[in-house]
Design a protein around this ligand. Structure first.
Ligand SMILES: [Zn+2]
Length: 391
């Protein structure tokens, strides 16, 4: 049994816990939350800074970990995607080794759960033995080619089945890469289950232009891969309306990136499906597009944080993502962004029965953030703030 306290404890779901001692058992379950006055100082472990629940990384591509350092920053999305597609063939042992390393580094960074995109089966071995909880999103796409949807679906169904009993859902990659027919096959597979869905959303302006009037870079992009865009008809609306038209609204959905998303899109999405989550991956947005979402647009949205992959990031660290958000949009209070990184992520992955908040009987993992400055009404992370996993 351990008794833990800090200058400030962030609960995950109900703000700061003042003068509190967290009592945990040897396996990390929270047995009690007590007033510090009930103890003498030699009875508890004191951590200068903040204690908080383990982080939830709501969007990652663990299988791309071997692509670390391969791509240039600031190229924009389309050239970036092209490099990813062209760089997929590598020595399989190297791929597996980099997956293992990335998994271990995430654990050290205080990440206890990950929503992980998989197009292949490379991460299965790692996920079977990792202490991290993974929800695998087996991601399907058919380059908007209705005529090839069945063939692509069958290939992804094999990947999906290979994940066996690991938590998993088949999901569409993005509106610009999934035909109507493929959407409906994915919906059929998930119908009658409590599947959580996920989709890359409005990551660049070209995506909306494609759906508004078939302009922007996507037409020539797909044609450069040999896929005809002749049969594609725009809908005179932003891409997210195509998603809403074709994705099953009965399942929770994680919308990923949202750099072009505005208040009216969010309103429409929440009317369509109140169980919608908005995952921001700020470092990847800066890496690829050199821009961030405008977080003032997301006041009514349930926000989560993801790292995306090591092909578009310098590390897989939620603390680093938090620092980036607060550096560029510092009007956001620290506690709000911490809630995105803990409780909201746990809600999105449907694991709030054990993760995301410091509550009795949960086992959320406990992180310690050092190098924090305290003011009367606020806490600020210093640039050098670092994380250590306590339980
Ligand atoms: Zn992604």
């Amino acid at each position: 049994m351990r008794k833990l306290t800090a200058d400030n404890i962030f609960s995950g779901n109900r703000g700061w816990l003042k003068d509190t001692v967290i009592v945990i058992d040897d396996s990390g379950h929270i047995l009690a939350l007590k007033d510090r006055k009930e103890f003498s100082p030699n009875e508890y472990e004191y951590f200068p800074g903040i204690l908080l629940p383990g982080f939830v990384n709501a969007h990652c591509h663990l299988e791309l970990s071997h692509l670390y350092g391969r791509f240039q920053t600031g190229t924009q999305l389309l050239p970036f995607l092209k490099s990813v597609v062209q760089n997929r063939e590598v020595d399989p042992d190297f791929v597996l080794q980099k997956i293992q390393e990335a998994d271990q580094n995430m654990w050290k960074e205080g990440i206890v759960a990950v929503g992980d995109i998989s197009n292949k089966t490379d991460t299965i071995q790692c996920k079977l033995s990792s202490p991290i909880y993974y929800h695998t999103f087996v991601e399907a796409f058919d380059f908007l080619q209705e005529s090839q949807a069945v063939v692509f679906f069958q290939a992804y169904k094999l990947v999906y089945e290979a994940f066996g009993n690991l938590p998993k859902t088949m999901v569409p990659h993005a509106p610009y890469s999934v035909s109507r027919l493929l959407f409906s096959m994915i919906n059929n597979l998930n119908s009658g289950t409590s599947a959580i869905s996920s989709i890359h959303n409005q990551e660049c302006i070209d995506e909306d232009l494609l759906f508004i009037n078939k302009t922007g870079g996507f037409v020539s992009f797909w044609e450069s891969f040999g896929f005809s865009m002749e049969a594609f008809n725009p809908i005179a609306k932003d891409s997210v309306y195509y998603t809403m038209e074709h994705l099953n609204a009965n399942h929770p959905v994680l919308f990923i990136h949202n750099t072009q998303t505005k208040k009216d899109h969010i309103e429409s999405i929440l009317n369509w499906n109140p169980k919608s989550y908005f995952v921001t991956c700020p470092n990847a947005n800066l890496f690829i597009e050199n821009q961030l979402p405008d977080y003032t647009q997301f006041e009514n949205a349930c926000m989560c944080i993801g790292t995306d992959s090591l092909s578009s990031n310098w590390q897989l660290s939620i603390l680093s993502e938090i620092k980036t958000i607060l550096k560029h949009q510092s009007y956001l209070p620290l506690e709000e962004v911490l809630r995105w990184a803990t409780f909201h992520g746990a809600q999105a992955l449907n694991i709030s029965d054990w993760a995301g908040s410091i509550d009795l009987y949960k086992k959320p993992g406990i992180n310690w953030i050092q190098d924090v400055e305290f003011f009367e009404n606020a806490c600020l992370l210093k640039p050098e703030a670092k994380i250590q996993k306590i339980s």
